[in-house]
Design a binder for this molecule. Structure first.
Ligand SMILES: C[S@@+](CC[C@H](N)C(=O)[O-])C[C@H]1O[C@@H](n2cnc3c(N)ncnc32)[C@H](O)[C@@H]1O
Length: 275
């Protein structure tokens, strides 16, 4: 079924509203994205077009949640880009263990746009592979995302054959997942290392605590330069003194902010706080 057409004035208002609430920028070339993703909402909520959607979404929290779910791109996979997980296993975790970080509480890792959980469970598996069974008590991972449905799926920790096939080797799958009702369910010992919560990266990080490692990958690309800078500078404040920030492989800190010092391990870039 063809989606309802959005006219330019409404597109501008609606995309301005979405940017204010989520940071996600949609220029005029993205009108198709609004039509394909939000058109079905118009039918579901029996709205009278996009102007009506814009009016109602300001006061209807359920509609707003659904709109954010539709507009956010949840594309992810296990061990996405691989090198950040090698960095974690062979540089960051060994350094943290050498420094005796565990003596002062668990190692804390934040996946700041965790989508449906593949990044969090990949981190958990990498920790488990390097630290063995002690990872269960010595590492805490929190996954946050603006999308309510993504957070719920991440929390369930159950993945289709297709999702598992994207990045998870058969060996790791068989060791860390169990087959259940046609899905692959993460084992309890891994699930227990993680917690999830819905959180908008534009809003205060209250009660989140501080982290040894922050993964903030493939989300700032959707933001404009000013929002990106503000986000990275706020993430810097959540990092422990020797902490590391990992961004997406196609993302850069060049020209964004100078609060970070670029580091590299086996051609994988990461960022520490500038002294
Ligand atoms: C492309 S996915 C990246 C997932 C994972 N980090 C990875 O690299 O595979 C981007 C995620 O960012 C989330 N997102 C977009 N805007 C956000 C915001 N303002 N606050 C928190 N999460 C946001 C989306 O819901 C989506 O799940």
């Amino acid at each position: 079924m063809a989606e309802p057409h959005i006219d330019y004035a409404v597109f501008r208002e609606l995309s301005g509203f979405i940017q204010d609430r989520t940071g996600i920028t949609l220029d005029q070339s993205k009108d198709y994205l609004i039509e394909t993703r939000l058109g079905p909402l118009i039918r579901e909520f029996q709205l009278d077009g996009y102007a009506d959607l814009l009016r109602k979404v300001r006061t209807d929290a359920r509609l707003l949640n659904r709109m954010i779910d539709e507009i956010s791109t949840n594309e992810t996979s296990f061990f996405r880009d691989n090198s950040p997980f090698e960095l974690l296993k062979y540089r960051l975790l060994p350094e943290l263990m050498d420094r005796g970080r565990q003596g002062s509480g668990p190692i804390t890792i934040w996946s700041a746009a965790s989508s449906t959980g593949q990044e969090v469970y990949s981190i958990g598996i990498a920790c488990r592979e390097i630290m063995g069974a002690q990872a269960a008590s010595k590492v805490r991972i929190i996954g946050t995302d603006i999308s309510d449905s993504a957070v719920r799926r991440a929390s369930l920790g159950a993945f289709s054959e297709l999702e598992i096939g994207r990045g998870m080797s058969a060996d790791l799958r068989d060791r860390y997942f169990t087959a259940s009702d046609g899905l692959w369910k993460i084992k309890d010992e891994l699930r227990a290392m993680a917690s999830f919560r819905q959180m908008n990266l534009l809003e205060p990080f209250s009660g989140l605590g501080s982290f040894d490692i922050i993964f903030c990958r493939n989300v700032a690309i959707y933001f404009d330069a000013e929002t990106r800078k503000a986000l990275f500078e706020r993430l810097a404040k959540q990092l422990r003194p020797n902490g590391a920030l990992i961004i997406g492989s196609s993302e850069t800190m060049i020209g964004v902010t100078d609060v970070f010092q670029r580091q590299e391990h086996m051609r994988c870039a990461y960022y520490t706080l500038r002294a």
